[in-house]
Design a protein around this ligand. Sequence first.
Ligand code: ADP
Length: 801
Amino acid sequence: MQLLDRHQFNTGEEFRTIMDPLPIMVRVCDKNGTVRYSNAALKQFTGDLPLWSSGIHEDFRPSYEELFVSHAESQTAFKTKYRFRDNSGAYRWLAEHSIPWYSTEGTYLGCVCYMMDIDEMIATEVEQVSLEALQREQALNEELEASNEELNLTNGELQFSQEKLRQGNDNLEQILNMLPASVVVIRGYNLEVEMINNSNLSYWQKTKEQVLGRPFLEILPDLTDQPFASQLRRVMETGEIIDVKESPVLFTSPDGNTRETYVDYTYQPLYDLEGNPTGVLVMSFEITDRVLSRRLLEKYAEELTSANARLLISNEELARSEARFKYLIQEAPVAIGVLHQRDLIIESANSKILEVWGKSSEIVGIPLSKALPELQGQPFLGILDEVYTTGKPFYANEIRSLLEHNGVLKEIFFNVTYQPVLDISGSTSDIMVVAVDVTEQVNSRRQVEQSEQHFRYLADLVPAKISNAMPSGEVTFFNKQWLDFGGMDFEDMRDFGYHQMMHPEEVSAFQAGLAQAAEIGVPHVSEMRFKNTQGKYIWHLNIASPILDEAGNIKMWVGSTTDIQILKEEAQRKGDFVSMLSHELKTPVTSIKGHIQLLLRAVNKETTSELTNKLRPSLSRIDKLLVQLTGLIADMLDLTRIDSGRLDLKKESFLLEGLVMEVVEDFRLSHQQHFFHLDLESGIEVFADRHKISQVLINLIANAIKYGPNSNVVDISMLAVGNEVLVRIKDYGIGIDQKDQKKIFERFYRVEGQNESHYSGFGIGLYLACSIVEFHDGKITVESGKGKGSTFIVHLPRCSA
Ligand code: ADP
């Protein structure tokens, strides 16, 4: 180690000035491994240690000693990493690069060792197990290797320079180049570069020629706006030491690209002989990789934090949505359960399925067959096993089950789905059961079916023929009486029998009446003939009643058809009798009328005597009564003719206005207290039986007088509307209640009530009037209300020509 003996260095002070502030630790060992020199950085780290290995962590000491000895023997360089105790007693990671050292004669003297504190870097490595970190480590290794090579080279050069060292200052530059740190010596206010090592040149990306003797800012004009020049001048002015960590240095290349670097640097003043600071020793250590990797690490850490936060949020969301899902399943109004594997272990069961099963949540975790032992003998376990085996879902509606609820077997109906749940291999792992309890629906349907059955029994028991039809007319039911009457089964009767049984003369009127009834939503009542099994037509009273829903639409028809054949025959007999009687009465009454008129004429010719005075009013009275009697007989005859459809009409064309005036004139003569207001459109011609139409008008005007006891006004108007003529007879009498307005046109119908009982009559006038008008293809309508007077309107067809 003579090399390091102080007297051997002409520039020994300068050597120390350079070595001491180096951020890298340097020690020089003799061939026994004894430390002969430590630089300031090393001393600061650990103090003087004669035997280096005593500071090495015991885990690394044996391997280090072995490495050191073997390299001393082979006189080769080595590099290694180990943990070393610093002066605070803490162990830190060091990277050591050891280079063999020779005398000028080529004798092996020992080694020069450079140590770097890599604890932070190792920590980074540990934290950042990433490719980038590995790459950076590699880069670092490569850098170390490069330095190693450089040092190896330098080593040779150093040996060569031994001689020169003894002679002058040049050796300093050689030593500087050995260092992995960047070193530059700056002199004077212009900041001229006096000395620079290779590491600094490569950091500046310049050649020695480009920098030596030239001002700093000329070499690196891109650093003008950065603080370095002013700091350098300050060191020369004040003699202070500037020590900066992690300073960014931005180089701009001629192509405009920016190179961002980071350095730890120290500006140390160099003094002249008078002790004035005239230069600066700049030592810097590029730590760009470390900074960038730390930044990357920070960025990763940040990203990791935010990813963690996001993960936390999505975990929370997941937890929430899972909770929601569970809640939905749990509270779903349908029964849901999951059965696991072939044993059908109840894995989950929501509240509804427990309610339907009549069990508590204690059954979760046990096989279905044990949880619901009552299923033995019922089809479910078998079906579930089949679903498990085949992997095919099972669906069923209104499936019946018996389930034990509090010790009692309950009949429950379900709509159910057994859905296999497959695992990744495609085989069934679970079965999901989804069931809807439809017991109530099934029971209420059963009740409906039962009540329908009851209705059918009832319908079969009544003597009337009962039928049911859809709004479309399609018959859905005939009771037994109908089927017996027709001698057919239901289908035949429905498909053709019913209509075939109707008398052909009544089919169209029945259909028209039914259509009208459907339109206004009222029952259609008609007398109709239906053919029995012997082919004989039997009269029936047929009532087709529409049944309406809440909205007023027809939901079905109920038909009630009653046999009135006997009544009809009775009526026929009565009719025949009345007809016969009227005929029989007609001749004697006519004859009596003749005789009375004869008597009247004779009495009128006689001179007035007591006898003639007594006879005359009686004979006049008999004459009037005979007029009434003949009218009644004529009505009776008309009635029988109408009933038998034999009303003979003697039709002719005439002006209706004339006939109305004629009739009214007669009334004016016989009812002189009454006012008959006429409003007649002239020129309206009709083709009709003049006598019969006058009978109609007489009937209506007589009723207007009869049923208007407190009024003496009758309005009669006539006008043409389209191809009809309307004759209105309006009175101001007692009026007719709505419910009676249809019935008053029926035979023998008379409105019952206190008022009506005062009026004499048979209840055939309107029937005859109506029938006569219908025989003329017309009709009579009425507008009235109780106590509001009545208006009867005769509609007759007008003459077309
Ligand atoms: P009646 O011989 O009883 O008058 P109708 O057939 O002429 O027989 O009339 C039938 C029923 O109609 C009457 O009993 C009466 O109650 C009612 N009626 C007929 N015309 C009127 C009217 N203009 N005003 C009130 N009620 C009437």
